[in-house]
Design a protein around this ligand. Structure first.
Ligand code: ZN
Length: 188
């Protein structure tokens, strides 16, 4: 048994709160994959990759990982995030959120363009997100996605991650492994 310190317990409480909040905000959404898994599974996967693979020990980054899709995909506002989780978490989530006023192709182009210029913390979250997404495209391809669309997604994710390199060796290595595995499953 490991006895948690008071600080550990406070951090866990914040993490549980973020999980509860994010799952509530995303409650009407499912992942696009054919298994239609609850959206929160993706958020848990991102947080887990950050801590267990990336060795991240910054609780704000883990919290931002859990909340990273709330601005893009739910009614959550940046002010709400700041009130509940602080200005630093808000900033990281804002950095990894696309401008929803733009059309999809432009949003995707900007992710490639912006990747090298975002903060170290935002790069960690983005790396974990891309690992989870590429893995899902291989393991649980979204219904209705053609073979070509899946391959295009991987190529695009590789371009985004190219701009994130030099941030966290373990996460980058995991991304490379997941790409190899997903390409193999798609026969490309
Ligand atoms: Zn995501």
């Amino acid at each position: 048994m490991v006895e948690l310190s008071q600080v550990d317990a406070e951090i866990l409480t914040q993490i549980f709160d973020a999980l509860r909040y994010a799952s509530e905000q995303h409650r009407d959404q499912r992942r696009k994959g054919e298994d239609e898994s609850p959206y929160v599974n993706h958020l848990i996967a991102v947080a887990d990759l950050l801590v267990a693979v990336g060795g991240v020990r910054d609780s704000d980054v883990v919290c931002a990982g859990i909340l990273h899709d709330t601005l893009e995909d739910t009614e959550t506002t940046a002010d709400e995030l700041e009130q509940r989780y602080g200005v630093r978490v808000r900033g990281i989530v804002e950095e990894v959120s696309d401008d929803q006023a733009l059309v999809k192709e432009e949003r995707k182009r900007r992710q490639i363009e912006h990747a090298p210029h975002i903060s170290y913390e935002a790069k960690l979250v983005k790396l974990a997100d891309k690992i989870s997404n590429v893995g899902d495209v291989g393991a649980f391809p979204p219904a209705g996605w053609s073979h070509e669309r899946r391959v295009d997604y991987i190529v695009w994710a590789e371009e985004v991650v190219a701009g994130l390199r030099g941030t966290n060796e373990a996460l980058e290595a995991r991304f490379d492994d997941v790409v190899v595995e997903t390409r193999r499953s798609l026969g490309v």
